[in-house]
Design a binder for this molecule. Structure first.
Ligand SMILES: *[C@@H]1O[C@H](CO)[C@@H](O)[C@H](O)[C@H]1NC(C)=O
Length: 191
């Protein structure tokens, strides 16, 4: 009996992790296009999270932003910040990203176990000055995949026309907008 209970507890505790990303059947789609002629230096700097597919680090987070800077060894430093919506506590996480192909990065956060190579971070489209659409898809043995999409904006409160340009990128890649969740950027500390 206690074995059944432990199993149920294990399953229950794993569910939020799995559903924190959007699952799909089969492998990651192969027809996703990244930003052509991607210019990493123009992409660096600060981005606010406008909306996203659910993602575990940011679950329940508000005032979320990311900062990217180039490091002397050719990698990119990653700094993510948010405020817990429930406890109001600030939280942040740092990592580094390696450019593996144009507009395709591999991000590793500190504390990730060594056997984890990192998360895919693909810039599907950006104008560098107002919006960026970032996509991450992970394959699990070609049986299922999990996807995360972030719509990032240079301004904390972007205009509707900026957002429609970003959404066009998602449509062009035949990815669903259904799971996008708007990030609360109200009453945030200056940053
Ligand atoms: C590049 O430098 C950063 C910061 O010093 C370090 O964390 C990272 O591991 C380095 N990456 C490589 C591939 O050398």
């Amino acid at each position: 009996m206690s074995k059944v209970i432990s199993l149920l507890l294990l399953v229950a505790s794993a569910v939020p992790l799995i559903f924190a990303q959007v699952p799909g059947l089969g492998s990651c789609p192969s027809n996703v296009q990244v930003q052509s002629n991607f210019q990493l230096p123009d992409f660096l700097g600060q981005w606010y999270e406008y909306e996203r597919y659910p993602f575990v680090f940011e679950a329940g987070g508000k005032c979320t932003y990311a900062r990217y800077a180039s490091l002397p060894n050719g990698t990119v430093s990653v700094y993510n910040f948010n405020i817990n919506s429930i406890t109001n506590r600030k939280s942040d996480i740092s990592g580094t990203a390696k450019v593996v192909a144009p507009a395709k990065l591999l991000v590793r956060f500190s504390g990730m176990p060594d056997f984890v190579s990192g998360s895919n971070y693909w810039v599907l489209g950006t104008d560098y000055s107002s919006y960026a659409v970032v996509y991450s898809c992970t394959d699990f043995y070609n049986i299922f995949n999990t996807k995360v999409i972030w719509v990032l904006t240079r301004e904390r409160k972007p205009s509707e026309s900026v957002i429609s340009q970003a959404r066009q990128v998602i449509d062009d890649n035949k990815l669903s907008k259904r799971f996008l969740l708007k990030t609360n950027q109200d009453n945030c500390p200056a940053s």
